[in-house]
Design a protein around this ligand. Sequence first.
Ligand code: NAD
Ligand code: TYD
Length: 352
Amino acid sequence: MKNILVTGGAGFIGSNFVKYMLNIDDNVSIINVDLLTYAGNLQSLAEVAENPRYRFVKGDIRDRELIDNLFYKYHIDTVVNFAAESHVDRSITEPEIFLTTNIIGTQNLLDIAKRHWKVEPDNKYSRDYAAGIKFLQVSTDEVYGALGQTGMFTETTPLAPNSPYSASKAGADMVVRAYNETFGLPVNITRCSNNYGPYQFPEKLIPLMINNCQQGKSLPVYGDGMQIRDWLHVSDHCSAIYRVLEKGQTGEVYNIGGNNEKANIEIVKLIIQAMGKDESLISYVQDRPGHDRRYAIDNAKITSELGWSPSYTFEQGIAETIEWYLKNGQWMEQVTSGSYLEYYDRMYAVRK
Ligand code: NAD
Ligand code: TYD
């Protein structure tokens, strides 16, 4: 049995990953540690709450004692680190929490993993680790910065993050790299493009537009709406992470992308059309400061070396996603009550 510590497993991608893994591999047990910030929601995990191979622990990845105890108690042999502050707009107004959670939290996890997994924990020259262990850092294509009209990010593209969010993720990646180089800790880093699918918090483009469309509210498009993202269905991200856990070469970085470049305005119009609404709902608002113009992922390494490829087309994925949000109004209502409304008013009041 593999004992996987999933951090941030109550968030969008983490909750999808927990369910994916319990479903696809009978040989894993999962300990999910999540601080349950505004972005974490146990309702996203209701269907696995009683699964004997699953445990939830409320806690902070920066809490040394807690994480140490989890390693002892559950004999953790794998870490998949999703826990993070993940929203660029919030990082522009509150950068500090991004640096402490995303960088210091990651370093805390690495340090505890090193001590538990090292065959001789007190020997600083030893690079011997227990068999079958791995630390997987879930990172983002945003660490590479922005592209012009052509080109793609490869794993060797220099890091040039532009937002406090992407800078904190790049910082974490560098610390993970250093633990591999200096201490020989077996690590992988995955850098994924924009995800979409069920259970995404509606501060992000696609669920926000679906939710606003449904409520007949205006659809806030930043700047000219011609910024380009490469979209990947969350279940394809989960299968890619599983593949890297199983087959990834120690120390390697893998880009994960869906070959689905779309301008924001194209996506907004597609959602409007699918939901039978009118384009008059679109409202062009003040652009995000430092807004990256284009991201595009070259996924040749993971496809050729590990044999992974995405299974969703964007057309199929977006149709299913819209349907999911429409069918799961209760989930949306729960996450958009209270503090979400305050956030929404604060964030969009200044953009008009
Ligand atoms: P999310 O914001 O939906 O979830 C983050 C989770 O982390 C939440 O459940 C939150 O409660 C938890 N968390 C935050 N601080 C914590 C702390 N200190 N200790 C423990 N838990 C904490 O984010 P997401 O979209 O699911 O992203 C997950 C990871 O994937 C992040 O590391 C993000 O950088 C990366 N990523 C996301 C995307 C995307 O499109 N969403 C793309 C590429 C990479
Ligand atoms: P987002 O979902 O926040 O992801 P990221 O910034 O990590 O790529 O935003 C995706 C794109 O959509 C980005 O170019 C910003 C844009 N956007 C809007 O135009 N309006 C919005 O209300 C939001 C949330 C995003």
